[in-house]
Design a protein around this ligand. Structure first.
Ligand code: NAP
Length: 487
């Protein structure tokens, strides 16, 4: 057996025991991971800062988000109704007789989580994918991101302590490092792997998706990959609020040096005096932004290359760029504009440039704006900036935007993703490989489960969630009605 065989075999054996633990035991484990991370906060934040160049306040906030995610999933499974229990009782009088059928969601098995470079805590070793998978009852193998390998190792140390204190199986979570094309590939191809969570590049996500689908037994890959998060600015708000909009959007475009999957990379509007004012103010705001170091060398090089390619396209005009030249490893915050006509003729302009860059599309008419939106691929988010009068006059655009993305935002910025039950952080391809399952928020647990129907089972053979006396006291659909009481 090679190393990956050993890891995956351990994960499979641990799954057999971990999946059977009570919800309270699994919740206790998730809460204990949060405690152990909190205990090591100062040192974790320090190492992550050294490895990722992300500032300390941001990392402290991200660490809090990470422990809150773990606690959120602990509460979800303690409450228990997430299993979607549905019970249809037998009816022997019916012709033909109706059988007793009971359905719930059960975990799939060991899953592989790829750490994301842009969130060393919240989307990495003990991040959302790990928390949701552990909550579901799946065991986890983390492939740490090489750009923050030490942070990843330290997070795993916190998980290991929680494993011992909580008494869950030793290999409930494992951690490996190494290159994606060898270690990552072997993990995805391994027969014991039942699902994959990934955040990163389109090429990386698609490579893993292909590997997973070429297996003898294909498995799902939940990859979040590429999004330019179009923002539509309507005329009345541009006329009335150009200055506020420029400040708000300059801040959103350059937040975290643009290294967010929800970064607003495309701004769309119909030409007007209000739009001219907005773009001129936006250019000035961007010029005042100080370049900062990006996450790692490859991301900075990829941004510099992408930016140069984007700016070299036909019809592109730079409307603002940091007056301070970037130093080594730093990004060059930039906004540019192009006509709706040139945009429609050039698919290259619809590609993600990951970093602090945004392209404004100046449309001739509302019809051209609709054409430009229709030409876009699937997105994580789309935003509409509008007054009430704008909304009344543009219902068709708002409706179109709903077909485009997993989250539609009114009068706010797409950056900043709330972790809650109603969040959708997913979207049609190529934003993700599977728009049905969010990576942020409690419904992420559904990535790692499948429904199972028990037909004709005796009560004592059923999982607790489906037993007559409802020992977990969860909400269930019994003969078509939501109920908590005994049958
Ligand atoms: P990445 O290059 O896609 O890497 C993410 C993880 O996947 C790493 O562990 C990497 O392994 C692995 N991987 C990449 N290609 C693979 C392949 N062909 N086969 C197997 N495993 C593979 O992402 P990144 O390093 O985070 O950033 C690079 C680019 O990704 C950015 O410039 C940006 O365009 C994009 N990005 C997008 C988002 C988003 O949410 N939309 C977020 C972050 C990054 P290695 O350790 O060998 O690299």
């Amino acid at each position: 057996m090679n190393d990956i065989d050993i890891v995956m075999q351990n994960a499979a054996n641990a799954f057999k025991k971990y999946a059977l633990l009570t919800p309270a035991a699994k919740a206790g484990f998730l809460n204990e991971i949060a405690v152990q991370i909190e205990n090591d906060r100062a040192s974790l934040v320090k190492v992550a800062n050294e490895e990722s160049n992300l500032p300390l306040p941001r990392l402290n906030g991200e660490l809090t988000r990470t422990t809150n995610q773990l606690k959120l999933f602990a509460n979800l499974i303690k409450e228990g109704s997430w299993v979607e229990a549905a019970i249809d009782l037998a009816d022997v009088q019916r012709t033909p007789p109706k059988p007793d059928t009971r359905k719930m969601l059960l975990p799939v098995g060991p899953v592989v989580v790829f750490g994301a470079s842009n969130f060393p805590f919240a989307f990495s070793t003990a991040g959302g994918d790990t928390a949701s998978a552990l909550a579901s009852g799946s065991t986890v193998v983390v492939k740490g991101h090489s750009a923050h390998a030490e942070t990843s190792g330290k997070m795993f140390d916190a998980i290991k302590k929680a494993i011992v204190i909580s008494g869950v199986p030793e290999y409930t979570v494992q951690h490996v490092l190494g290159s994606g094309s060898t270690v990552g590939k072997a993990l995805v191809q391994h027969a014991e792997t039942t699902g994959v969570g990934f955040t990163g590049s389109l090429s990386g996500g698609m490579a893993l998706w292909k590997l997973a689908n070429e297996r003898e037994r294909p498995i799902p890959v939940f990859a979040e990959m590429s999004s330019i998060n179009p923002v539509v600015f309507l005329p009345d708000t541009l006329e009335k609020n150009a200055e506020t909009l420029a400040k708000t959007y300059a801040a959103s475009i350059t937040l975290g040096m643009g290294q967010f999957c929800t970064n607003p990379g495309l701004l769309l509007a119909v030409k007007s005096k209000g739009l001219d004012d907005f773009l001129s103010l936006l250019g000035k705001e961007i010029a005042a932004v100080i370049p900062q170091k990006m996450l790692h060398k490859a991301i900075q090089e990829s941004f510099a290359r992408g930016l140069n390619e984007a700016l070299a396209q036909k019809g592109i005009q730079k409307i603002g760029q940091s007056v301070q030249q970037p130093g080594e490893g730093e990004a060059y915050p930039t906004v540019a504009s192009v006509s709706g006509k040139d945009f429609l003729q050039n698919p290259h302009l619809r590609e993600e440039v990951f970093g602090p860059y945004s392209l404004a599309i100046i449309c001739d008419s509302k019809a051209q704006l609709i054409e430009a939106l229709t030409a876009l691929k699937g997105q994580l988010t789309t935003t509409i900036m509008a007054t009430d009068d704008d909304i009344t006059a543009h219902g068709d655009i708002i409706h179109l935007q709903q077909t485009l993305a997993g989250r539609i935002i009114l009068n706010d910025v797409p950056t900043g993703v709330e972790v809650c039950a109603s969040m959708v952080h997913g979207g049609p391809f190529p934003a993700t490989t599977d728009a049905r399952y969010t990576s942020v928020g409690t419904t992420a647990i559904k990535r790692w489960v499948r429904p199972i129907c028990f037909q004709g089972f005796k009560d004592d053979m059923l999982p607790d969630a489906l037993k007559d006396n409802n020992p977990l006291n969860i909400w269930r659909i019994v003969n078509g009605e939501w109920k908590k009481n005994n049958i």
